[in-house]
Design a protein around this ligand. Structure first.
Ligand SMILES: *Cc1c(COP(=O)(O)O)cnc(C)c1O
Length: 434
């Protein structure tokens, strides 16, 4: 559920008219709902009642400082994947001591930064990485808290680029080799074994792969508790969101209208299936959801440049492009596209919705049916709160979009649109070019 809805003919985020936001800050602009993020957080928390569960929000999904502050205020820690992300948490006033550091290639400098800021734990992906963390901790004269990421070899049934828990991808240590990896960790003097971790993939739409993975790794976690006194089990993130029917899914009536056995994954069904499996372990359970926390809390506002009518094909050319929102080009993903001003008297339109970038891949949707929208009018790409801005680039020398946060009837620019001067600030033409 989310807080994007039409009030009369105008699409609103909470109590804010999105046309007003675009009027003030231009387009393309990402707009986020603070209430939706908070709802997602609280529903997840409630769904896991009975567990000592803690969220380490996977901030690579959306790492704007304001979003981090919001989750930090709610009591979340963070799942970090780089030194830059550690520094973002610090800049947002977040708690590194409640955060975990993941990723397959942490540098010595990043490990040191994490240790100096009291990271809760490192999620380790290989034996060479154990040695490196041990080395840096030894240099600083501290013990580094670690958990090993195990790969349970479970098929998450998601897009190939976002599945991580199969034995043929680069993540984690296969379960059958994990005991040996823990023995290796135990022999290293500057490591403290604190937990075990897994993460099987992203945008999972059924609870079955989570159940399968927890069933596989749970007994191993129990063994590690006996053997090394681990205190936590991180079950990763990956809960999927609604991309099709995104607008309708904001209403509870939509959920109730879905056949009970076909309801998309919810924090309630996730919790109901997993709590009984996890409760008996007596461990703290860490969750690392990213997409679920923010995905349905964001819209990308864009303005129509042209409606180009062709022979048998229409193109709606808009001012957002693949550099702003790369998911359709990169993952073939679907985003619902809606008019910001709804008008039932308008004819229907079937068009490819494309950006101005010089790539055929700069296409948000093919043959999409929608209300006709005209030059200068606004549209919104829904469910754009996760892996939208954070994956954006400056391709075609297009500056980064603006970001706005809404809370109730208040809204504020949280990230100004990037200027040309900012874009070229680090560049230099060498003297030898004359
Ligand atoms: C990306 C990632 C997550 C978050 O995935 P979502 O699908 O956004 O919930 C969690 N844990 C790890 C280790 C990740 O790499």
């Amino acid at each position: 559920m989310h807080h994007f809805h039409y009030s009369g003919s105008a699409l609103h985020c909470e109590s804010v008219d999105l046309a007003a936001v675009a009027g003030l800050y231009g387009s393309p602009t990402y707009v986020y709902s603070a209430a939706t993020m908070e709802d997602n957080f609280r529903r997840l928390q409630r769904g896991l009642t009975g567990l000592d569960a803690r969220l380490c929000y996977a901030m690579k999904a959306n790492s704007s400082l304001a979003v981090l502050r919001h989750f930090s205020n709610l009591g979340a820690g963070f799942d970090l994947v780089s030194g830059g992300e550690i520094r973002r948490v610090l800049a947002a006033g977040g708690n590194v001591r409640a955060s975990v550091f993941a990723g397959v290639g942490k540098t010595e400098a990043e490990i040191e930064l994490a240790l100096r800021n009291g990271i809760f734990s490192f999620h380790v992906e290989s034996e060479p990485e154990l040695a490196r963390i041990n080395h840096v901790a030894g240099k600083l004269g501290v013990k580094a808290p670690v958990a090993i990421r195990v790969n349970p070899d479970v098929d998450a049934h998601t897009h190939a680029k976002i599945t991580t828990g199969k034995s043929d991808n680069k993540f984690g240590i296969p379960l059958r080799h994990a005991a040996a990896a823990y023995e290796a960790a135990a022999r290293l003097p500057h490591l403290e074994i604190k937990g075990v971790q897994m993460h099987i993939g992203s945008q999972l739409t059924s609870v079955a792969p989570f159940v399968e993975a927890v069933t596989k790794v749970g007994p191993f976690a129990a063994e590690l508790k006996t053997r090394y006194g681990i205190t936590y089990f991180s079950i990763g993130g990956g809960m999927g969101i609604i991309y099709r029917d995104a607008l309708a899914s904001g209403a509870s009536s939509w959920w109730e209208s879905q056949p009970a056995d076909q309801r998309p994954l919810t924090p309630e069904s996730y919790g109901a299936a997993l709590v009984p499996l996890l409760q008996t372990l007596g461990l703290t359970i860490l969750l690392e959801h990213g997409r679920f926390m923010v995905g349905n809390a964001g819209v990308l506002l864009s303005r129509v440049e042209h409606l180009k009518r062709g022979a048998g094909k229409n193109f709606l050319i808009v001012d957002a492009a693949m550099n702003d929102l790369v998911r359709p080009a990169m993952y073939d993903s679907f985003h619902e596209i809606v008019p910001i001003h709804r008008d039932s008297t308008r004819p229907a339109l079937v068009a490819d919705v494309v950006g101005p970038v010089c790539e055929s891949g700069d296409c948000f949707a093919k043959d999409r049916s929608m209300q006709e929208v005209r030059e200068g009018e606004l549209i919104g790409f829904l469910s754009a709160g996760a892996y939208g801005y954070t994956m954006a680039s400056r391709y075609n020398t297009r500056g980064m979009a603006a970001e706005v946060l809404v809370k109730g009837s208040a809204f504020e620019l949280i990230h100004a649109r990037e200027t040309f001067e900012q874009m070229i600030a680090g560049e230099k033409i060498p003297a030898f070019l004359g």
